[in-house]
Design a protein around this ligand. Structure first.
Ligand code: C5P
Length: 224
């Protein structure tokens, strides 16, 4: 800290999947290694920022020099994010479960019954939209991610508007891409004014570094 393009700045990053428990041994999850979010947190710390990483369950190591808050569910993730504010930059790279089981059973559901148990889902809070829509303590730069398989840019534009974020990082996760769980990523960076950057396929660590450099540029160009 003290040196680097984000010296004196505070950065919040969400990363990894969420787990939404069905019973003590089963859960609904999203496919996410946490690699991209963790790489962003690491790059922000290297750039001198004070970084809080709110992470769902992942099997990769904690980045160096970062405060890590571990959570399991989307609701826990939202609470941890709110507790970590204010921040200058908030990056929502986690693959948050859109739904959770309406009830979590306290004991393991048995297979011995004749019927297959029903699974009723309810909607989870949208963490990105919640923070981007805040009046108080809204981070000046709110960054969302979009994992798309089709019409990547079209969907990214819609998502940027719907979520109310300032910048959207869209990645193509169509099966051919091998991005999910992989070490490389092809990203498109979409700004609110429609400006678009497309980067070549790069390692997730390199994507993290380049994203952090862009965030620092955008932040320094902001008034105040
Ligand atoms: O709607 P979708 O899941 O595609 O949007 C992706 C973006 O929204 C990501 O930045 C993700 O971290 C964020 N998100 C969230 N909370 C949710 C769902 C998505 O923060 N419940």
């Amino acid at each position: 800290a003290g040196k680097g393009v984000l010296a004196g700045k505070t950065v919040l990053v969400t990363s990894g999947p969420t787990h939404e428990p069905i019973d003590p041994v089963r859960y609904l999850a999203n496919r996410s290694s946490g690699r991209q979010g963790h790489a962003i947190a690491a790059a922000a710390a290297s750039a001198g920022a004070r970084v809080t990483l709110v992470s769902g369950p992942v099997s990769i190591p904690d980045p160096a020099g970062v405060t890590v808050v571990r959570v399991e569910t989307a609701r826990e993730m939202l609470a941890a994010v709110e507790a970590a504010l204010p921040a200058d930059i908030a990056v929502f790279a986690a693959a948050v479960g859109d739904w959770r089981p309406a009830e979590t059973r306290g004991g393991k559901i048995k297979k011995d019954g004749a019927a297959v148990p029903p699974l009723t889902l309810v909607e989870n809070p949208d963490i990105l939209a919640t923070i981007a829509g805040r009046i108080k303590a809204r981070p000046p730069l709110v960054v969302g991610f979009a994992a798309e398989t089709d019409d990547v840019l079209d969907n990214a534009r819609k998502k940027l508007a719907k979520k109310g974020c300032d910048l959207l990082v869209a990645n193509d996760v169509s099966h051919e891409g091998g991005v999910m769980g992989g070490v490389e990523n092809t990203v498109h960076l979409l700004a609110r004014d429609g400006a678009l950057d497309t980067w070549p396929r790069l390692g997730k660590d390199e994507v993290g570094k380049r994203l952090v450099a862009r965030f620092a540029e955008i932040l320094s160009a902001m008034p105040g």
